[in-house]
Design a protein around this ligand. Structure first.
Ligand SMILES: *Cc1c(COP(=O)(O)O)cnc(C)c1O
Length: 405
């Protein structure tokens, strides 16, 4: 997919627009499975909170992927997209016992991340196979908001509470089939990941009926050319070897699971927005686009730096711009960026717009959410229509007229 394809899609479907390259999603999936080809039983569960359009779910299902879900609504979407319940994992944080029970009854693998719920669930349903989320307290993660391994993190059962955990399992006689960790996003250092894996292996020795070990995700993807990224191939080589050795020691061929979100879909996504206004102030040139943090919140939320190109004028002379949105509060996509000369009406393309972009969008300022297009076999397929005025009114209930006057 090239810049001119994106430009045509913006013309055809209007802006703002999300575009996803199916081939890129598929090649990332294949890359991950190849890196771990030495592991006999490998399973990839796509963390669908990154991008939950059902066409994307279908695409990954065709590749053989399972799903990692964090809410009962994601489970329902996964089932709707055609996933068998046994291909779905439920890895929530801080949800109610009732929600966990309801998902478990659907035949979905549940993953419990605190001792209180574990004890209650184990007492009521000792025969249901359960996975436990361990927090190894290994610091990984590029941003405080997405780092989940630290000591005061709300995620997982602390590895320091293992004795208490084992006691609960013995008392309830519950069936622990898996151990899980997810150290957070943006793993740069493979040694850190391997160190966390050792903690998981150690914890695993406490349980006799394991079927799988789930190493979560958090792979760092590049945001521009020559950017750093997790070396998946090296991680594959080292972790596969260690995993196979552990299985031999444990006396059983376990399944190795990953649950990537960003790695599979981030780079496949492009967000296209039109420049409404070029505004020269005394200090800066602003390019104001027909979108804002209602559609792409990551720069404001995480300080993420999405690479921005002017696809209407790719060869133009570069100048410095601050790219801003139309939301009526500070709404900055990028400051002081070199972008080829921008004119009003040009289309800007934001890279790495596949993960946590549309899925975090809202109707703030009563704007419509953008449409989504899948670039598949050389053609753009609309996979979500632009919203309409009726969508804003849906579910709203006005007061009776006589009560208002
Ligand atoms: C969000 C999440 C993931 C995916 O993380 P990425 O950084 O997008 O790969 C995996 N597992 C769990 C439990 C998550 O909450």
């Amino acid at each position: 997919m090239q810049g001119k394809d994106l430009l045509q899609l913006a013309e055809k479907f209007g802006s703002p627009l999300y575009v996803y390259d199916a081939e890129k999603i598929q090649s990332q999936y294949t890359r991950l499975t190849k890196a771990f080809s030495k592991v006999d039983n490998l399973r990839i569960n796509y963390a669908m909170k990154a991008l939950s359009n059902i066409a994307i779910l279908q695409l990954l299902k065709e590749m053989g992927s399972g799903l990692d879900t964090v809410s009962i609504q994601e489970v329902l979407l996964g089932l709707h997209a055609g996933y068998a319940p046994e291909k779905i994992f439920f890895t929530p944080n801080g949800v109610s016992l009732e929600e966990i029970e309801e998902v478990s009854e659907m035949g979905v693998q549940i993953n419990i991340d605190n001792l209180s719920i574990l004890e209650q669930f184990g007492a009521k349903h000792p025969n249901v196979p359960v996975c436990i989320r361990i927090n190894p307290h290994v610091m990984a993660g590029g941003n405080a908001n997405i780092s989940v391994g630290h000591i005061d993190s709300k995620f997982g059962i602390s590895v320091h509470q293992l004795p208490h955990l084992v006691r609960i399992v013995e008392n309830t006689k519950m069936n622990i089939v898996g151990i899980h960790m997810h150290t957070g996003s943006d793993i740069l250092d493979i040694e850190v990941f391997l160190y966390a894996a050792e903690i998981l292996f150690d914890a695993a020795k406490n349980f006799k009926n394991l079927e799988f070990l789930d190493f979560g995700s958090g792979f760092k993807v590049p945001y521009r050319k020559d950017d750093i990224e997790t070396n998946i191939e090296e991680l594959g080589k080292k972790l596969s070897k260690r995993f196979n050795a552990f299985c031999a020691e444990y006396g059983k061929e376990l399944t190795l699971i990953f649950e990537p979100g960003k790695f599979l879909v981030s780079e496949a996504g492009f967000f296209l927005a039109k420049v409404n206004v070029v505004k020269q102030t005394t200090s800066t040139v602003f390019a104001g686009v027909d979108s804002g943090f209602n559609h792409l919140i990551r720069p404001m939320l995480y300080g993420s730096q999405h690479y921005i190109e002017n696809i209407s004028n790719p060869k133009g002379k570069e100048r410095f711009y601050s790219v801003v949105g139309y939301i009526c509060e500070t709404d900055t996509f990028a400051t002081n960026r070199r972008i080829s000369e921008i004119k009003e009406g040009d289309i800007l393309s934001f890279r790495n717009a596949g993960a946590y972009c549309f899925s975090m969008s809202s109707n703030y300022n009563s704007r419509y959410k953008p449409a989504e297009v899948l670039w598949w076999k050389g053609e753009g397929h609309l996979i979500r229509a632009h919203e309409k005025f009726e969508d804003l009114l849906q579910n709203q209930i006005p007061l009776p007229v006589e009560a208002v006057v």
